[in-house]
Write a protein that binds this ligand. Structure first.
Ligand code: PLP
Length: 420
């Protein structure tokens, strides 16, 4: 397809693509889950109403359903820039896909093999790896700076050895919003002879995933946080997958990828929704009227261009939020205080010196503004940073469809309570 280079679209025209935004509630809890564009909802509805039959039976409706599931997979291979080097496996969530992966890796573990897990991670990319200790794996930790929660590559280098098999770490912490240099970390791990398993859940709503440029072995994200249906995706390189046996039934050939790793198959209507997502991306990439079946041809350049548009839309929103919170000496940003889009995404956590997170969230909710409080399943990171896990942090998370005036509405409410 051809697209013009993206300029920042009118925010209201973008918001109109999302029926869920037609509400007085300000939705600043997008790191929990995003809204979907009408294209996604329509595609799911159409699938359920017209093609909701089983795959591979050979009659027309079944052929259409089969083609939809195949199209979604092929689209996602291009979406992550992984076409030809690996495949995207679909599942019900990132957490479940990480468990599928760890169960496939478990029989390959030999006593003394080292697995590196990361303190900054969401539990989805920690707990399943710790279980491999029972198989004889030695667990090593890539620790954070306890003050800032940040990771550095020297700390990673220090825990790598010639026994390193896998290193599991986040691309962005869902609590800090800080972007980790995945490409550099992967280079270090590969030099030691290990493979990387990257949790891209908190990165994927904001930037294009480029598994080819980063050379990652495994990369997971949640499609329901990226304007799509409630599913998860896991990119796996062909050579990394070839070492593993997928869990699907014994008579399904080992090389029938991704199906061998998709227990019971992927949600069919979810796959239809994923195809619908391609229309949103094409619009954000500058194609005013993308064809209904654009998922069949939507390429990585279109995806990249769409996410560049999203980044440009998010930049003033995250800058405004950090600037307004920064006016209060009583507020501490948990994560980078920089609004540089190369440093962070618009997932911003904070603590107040006297108001507890629960109270702050209550105040926002009373003003019809959705934000969240808690450890965000980054339980170990909170513990390490000395943040009480019961209270956790206040997290305000914006994406491209949020506006500066929504941020102002929240901050006006918070200003009052911070002053009082
Ligand atoms: C960084 C991160 N990783 C993993 C997960 C788990 O994703 P899922 O809900 O798809 O299992 C989340 C969910 O919030 C997350 O924020």
């Amino acid at each position: 397809m051809t697209t013009t280079s993206p300029s920042i679209p009118d925010i209201e025209s973008v918001r109109r693509l999302y029926p869920g935004l037609e509400t007085d509630t300000v939705l600043l809890e997008n790191a929990g889950g995003s809204q979907v564009p009408l294209f996604v909802a329509d595609a799911i509805r159409d699938h359920l109403l017209h093609d909701y039959v089983q795959l591979g039976a050979g009659y027309p409706a079944s052929d259409r359903a089969t083609a939809t599931v195949e199209r979604a997979h092929r689209f996602l291979d291009r979406y992550v820039n992984g076409e030809g080097i690996g495949r995207v496996i679909l599942g019900s969530s990132c957490t479940s896909l990480m468990h599928v992966l760890s169960h496939a890796i478990a029989p390959t573990i030999e006593a003394g093999d080292e697995i590196v897990v990361c303190e900054q991670g969401h539990e989805a990319n920690i707990g399943c790896w710790l279980e491999l200790e029972a198989r004889g794996a030695v667990i090593r930790w890539w620790t954070v700076d306890p003050e800032t929660g940040s990771l550095d590559l020297d700390t990673l280098r220090a825990v790598l050895s010639d026994r390193t098999r896998y290193v599991a770490f986040p691309h962005v912490s869902n609590l800090l919003g800080e972007i980790v240099d995945v490409e550099a970390a992967t280079r270090l791990v590969h030099a030691a002879g290990g493979r990387v398993i990257v949790d891209g859940v908190a990165y994927a709503p904001h930037r294009a995933i480029d598994v080819r440029a980063w050379d990652v072995d495994f990369y997971a994200w949640s499609t329901y946080k990226v304007y799509g249906p409630h599913m998860g995706g896991l990119f796996a390189r062909n050579d990394a997958l070839a070492e593993l046996q997928g869990p699907n039934h014994f008579f399904i050939p080992r090389d029938e990828i991704p199906y061998k790793f998709e227990l019971g198959g992927a949600s069919h209507e979810g796959c239809a929704g994923i195809c619908g997502l391609a229309r949103l991306l094409a619009i954000l990439a500058g194609d005013a009227e993308p064809a209904a079946d654009i998922a069949a041809t939507c390429d990585f350049e279109t995806v990249r261009s769409a996410f560049e548009t999203m980044t440009a839309m998010e930049a003033p929103v995250q800058a405004r939020l950090l600037e307004r919170l920064g006016r209060h000496d009583s507020v501490k940003i948990i994560g980078p205080s920089s609004s540089d889009t190369r440093v962070r995404v618009s997932t911003i956590s904070m603590l107040h010196e006297s108001l507890d997170p629960g109270r702050i969230v209550e105040i926002a909710h009373a003003a019809d503004i959705g934000i969240r409080q808690g450890h965000m399943y980054a339980y170990r990171l909170c513990e390490r940073m000395g943040i009480p896990v019961d209270a956790g942090v206040v997290r305000i998370s914006a994406v491209h469809y949020n506006t500066v005036s929504e941020v102002d509405r929240l901050c006006d409410v918070l200003d009052e309570s911070f002053a009082g």
